[in-house]
Design a protein around this ligand. Sequence first.
Ligand code: PEP
Length: 254
Amino acid sequence: MRTPIMAANWKMQKTADETAAFLAGFLPLVETTADVEIVIAPPFTSLDRASQQLRNASVHLSAQNVSNEEKGAFTGEISVSMLQEFSCTYTIVGHSERRGLYGETDTLISQKAAMLLSHEILPIVCVGETLEEREADRTFDVLRTQLSGSLAGVPAERVPEIVIAYEPVWAIGTGKTATPEIAQEAHAFIRRELVASWGESGQQTRIQYGGSVKPENVFDLMKCPDIDGALVGGASLEPDSFSKIVHFEQQGGE
Ligand code: PEP
């Protein structure tokens, strides 16, 4: 049984004050939910305030990135032990914006994932093809390469704990959601790859879908057998909208 995991990726949005205001509005809307895991990934500068506000809440905190280095002369970087100070349960690695805008490679992402796991923070590892790659019929090759490269540093016994986010780049922030059929096809492929590499423990890994998820489409996406949650950008910025996504079961038929 894979517990659905709904994560908000705020990217470079919300100051610490805005984060506090969001949480003050959001927490009363979701506090009773026990059968869905809720994760908020604010900017680094909001982690301190958010961790204090979430102390007695069942909402988990995530960072959006981490250094692959433990400590040292790496100006502008944030280390895993710095994230531990804010009780981060998760950290996103390999988001397509990091891959595309900052040149992050599968090798670097794999080092980050391993660094996180060795400090008991769980990586949410993002993979996904561009529109060009999909149109050239290369989606599965790209996913296979990204998965094997980005997970190369993950010890086999930790595979059930990590989270994969399948985020087709053409669906991120564009309003163009993958249809449930397209998403399920990619998720089933990812599941098969995990099982082929790590055996049955790959059945326990949760695979989130990300790319223009909103209250109106989350129910149909979550009905797919291999979609275990969502990584949400734009629609996670307002308490009302993200709480509807968290309560995806109530969105059917709307
Ligand atoms: C994301 O940034 O991970 C994302 C999926 O964004 P959006 O929901 O806005 O497409």
